[in-house]
Write a protein that binds this ligand. Structure first.
Ligand SMILES: Cc1cc2nc3c(=O)[nH]c(=O)nc-3n(C[C@H](O)[C@H](O)[C@H](O)COP(=O)(O)O)c2cc1C
Length: 196
């Protein structure tokens, strides 16, 4: 497991080679084994590959175009070109898994304190599931990219997914066609405060 943690990288170049279905099943199975607040297991997975990719790409592409003209997230518009690049990666990758929270609150709603806490707990649970998934992908010799640029096309992807719940993230998976170096990490001194 430590090897997978050390060797995992975000992969942005994938080979066209198909990923066997049993591997995708194993990756999702490792996601559902994650711990979750109150054992709510706040996740659903929509697996997009093959001919189904075209509608996904078109939905996110339309969302990014709309975001440029009528932004839902005007304060982070500097990241839209990055999101277009992410979409190109999703177009090329053989598989994208959307992770939806079936009990999540729409990003347009305001929240009570209790709902806010439940959302935070669900987000942590989903993060644990996705981490399990990307480590399993690494273990299986696959590359992966955890994606939240999908928020720029939130409404369009919600319509495309047509499933109850809140879109949380996407995960592209495939055989890596690059071997990036590890990106820098903050030092232990920067992030840890010991209280003895
Ligand atoms: C919640 C989350 C969202 C991310 N969203 C994107 C994304 O939309 N597009 C992208 O190219 N990378 C995305 N990444 C990947 C990060 O850029 C990457 O994890 C970080 O730069 C560290 O690099 P490494 O994963 O290779 O260690 C995301 C990562 C996380 C955890």
């Amino acid at each position: 497991m430590l090897e997978a943690i050390k060797n995992r990288r975000s992969i942005r170049k994938f080979k066209e080679e198909e990923v066997p279905r049993y591997m995708i099943e194993e990756i999702i199975q490792s996601g559902v084994l994650a711990p979750s607040a109150k054992n709510r297991q706040p996740w659903k997975f929509v697996v997009v590959s093959g001919n189904a990719k075209a509608d996904m790409v078109s939905a996110m592409g339309n969302g990014l175009e709309r975001e440029r003209e009528r932004p839902l997230l005007p304060n982070v518009s500097q990241y839209i070109s990055g999101a277009s690049y992410t979409l190109k990666i999703m177009e090329k990758a053989p598989v994208t898994i959307f992770i939806v929270n079936p009990v999540g609150v729409d990003i347009h709603s305001s929240l009570t304190e209790e709902e806010h806490i439940e959302e935070l707990c669900n987000a942590q649970s989903i993060g644990a599931a996705i981490e399990n998934m990307i480590l399993t992908a690494t273990e299986l010799g696959l590359g992966s990219l955890w994606i939240c640029d999908t928020y720029f096309a939130y409404d369009e992807l919600q319509t495309y997914l047509n499933t109850e719940g809140e879109l949380i993230a996407a995960l592209t998976i495939g055989y890596a066609d690059e071997a990036p170096n590890a990106r820098p990490r903050k030092s232990m001194d920067e992030v840890v405060e010991w209280r003895d």
